[in-house]
Ligand binder design. Structure first.
Ligand code: F6P
Length: 290
C-alpha cells in the first residue's frame, strides 16, 4: 500500500507529530508531497523517511513543507494533480476549508482521499478542533504575559494583533484566559474614542491596558497611531503576535490531539473510507463523509 501525505495552506504546530505518527504506522509505504498541492501537481513526491519525521515530531513547523496553491481550483492544474494522486492507494491532506474541498474533489475524481483539519485558525467546518489551535492560543498568552509587565511599568497600553484570518477563535480563546480590557474580533467593535478615553483613564490611575485584536480588521500601526493621536500622548504600543503563533513549540495538549487525529486517520484507511474528514466533535474523534 502507498500512502501520500500533503500539507496544504499555512503550517500548523502539531503537523509534524501527525506526520511522525503516520510514519510510525506506515514506514516506507508513506510518501509526502513537498509544498502542498503544488507538489502534487509537479509530482514532487518523496518517501516520508527523507524528512526524518521522528526527529521533529515534537517541534513546530511542517517537515514535508506546507504550501498554498490557488491554481488547484483550475481544471487544468487539478486534472494533472489528480492523475499524479492516482499513483497512490490513499491521499491524506492536512489543511483548512479549501483543502477539505480539494479532498472532496479528489475523491470524486476516483482517488481515495482523507481530510485532516490542520490550521491555527480553528475555522474548519464540521470540527470543533483543528491541529495547531491550542498552541496558537498558548503563544498569544505567552506574548501578552511577556510584554505587559513592561507596559505596566509605564502605565501604557499595548495592542496585540493575533492571527485568525477572518476567524475570531484565537483572539476569543486567548481573551478568556488573559481578560484584556478590549477584545476586538469584528470591525463593528472598534471604537477609537472610547478606547482612547479608557486608556487615558487607566493611565491616570497607574494602570496599563491590554487590547487583543484579530488581524484583518485594521492595520495595527494605523490603529496605534490613531489611538495616540486621540489621546494626545504616545501611550500606546503594539505587538503583532503573527508567526510566533505558528512557530511556537506545540503544547502537550496539541501533541495529544495530533496523535489522536493520526489514529483516526489510520482507522479510516483501515476501513477503506474515502471522501471523509476526520473531525473532533463533543470531545470525540469521528470519521465523517465530506
Ligand atoms: O491560515 C493560517 C494563517 O496563519 C492565518 O491566520 C493568517 O492570516 C495566514 O495564515 C498567514 O499566512 P502567511 O503565513 O502565508 O502570511
Amino acid at each position: 500500500m502507498k500512502i501520500l501525505l500533503i500539507a496544504s495552506g499555512g503550517d500548523a504546530p502539531g503537523m509534524n507529530k501527525f506526520i511522525a505518527q503516520m510514519y510510525k504506522r506506515y514506514g516506507s509505504s508513506l510518501y509526502a508531497c513537498k509544498g502542498g498541492f503544488e507538489g502534487l501537481y509537479n509530482a514532487d513526491i518523496v518517501p516520508a523517511r527523507f524528512f526524518e519525521p521522528f526527529k521533529v515530531a515534537n517541534s513546530a513547523g511542517c517537515c514535508i513543507k506546507s504550501g498554498r496553491f490557488p491554481q488547484f481550483k483550475q481544471k487544468k492544474y487539478f486534472n494533472k494533480a489528480l492523475e499524479n494522486a492516482k499513483n497512490f492507494d490513499f491521499v491524506v491532506v492536512m489543511g483548512g476549508n479549501g483543502s477539505k474541498k480539494g479532498v472532496k474533489e479528489l475523491a470524486e475524481g476516483g482517488v481515495k482521499a482523507i481530510f485532516v483539519p490542520a490550521t491555527i485558525d480553528n475555522d474548519v467546518e464540521g470540527t470543533n478542533y483543528s491541529i495547531g489551535f491550542h498552541t496558537a492560543v498558548a503563544m498569544v498568552c505567552y506574548a501578552v504575559r511577556n510584554v505587559m509587565p513592561s507596559m505596566q511599568s509605564h502605565s501604557r497600553a499595548c495592542v496585540f494583533e493575533v492571527m485568525g484570518r477572518h476567524s475570531g477563535e484565537i483572539a476569543q480563546n486567548a481573551a478568556k484566559i488573559l481578560q484584556p480590557q478590549f477584545l476586538i474580533t469584528q470591525p463593528s467593535q472598534l471604537n477609537i474614542p472610547e478606547m482612547a478615553s479608557e486608556i487615558l483613564k487607566r493611565h491616570k490611575k497607574d494602570q496599563a491596558t491590554s487590547i487583543i485584536i484579530r488581524e484583518n480588521i485594521i492595520d495595527c500601526d494605523d490603529l496605534t497611531k490613531k489611538l495616540n493621536d486621540e489621546i494626545g500622548q504616545r501611550l500606546v504600543k503594539n505587538f503583532v503576535v503573527g508567526h510566533l503563533q505558528r512557530g511556537g513549540k506545540p503544547t502537550k495538549a496539541e501533541l495529544k490531539m495530533s496523535a489522536a487525529f493520526a489514529y483516526a486517520t489510520i482507522k479510516a484507511i483501515g476501513k477503506n473510507q474515502s471522501g471523509v474528514a476526520i473531525e473532533f466533535v463533543d470531545g470525540k474523534m469521528r470519521i465523517q463523509e465530506i
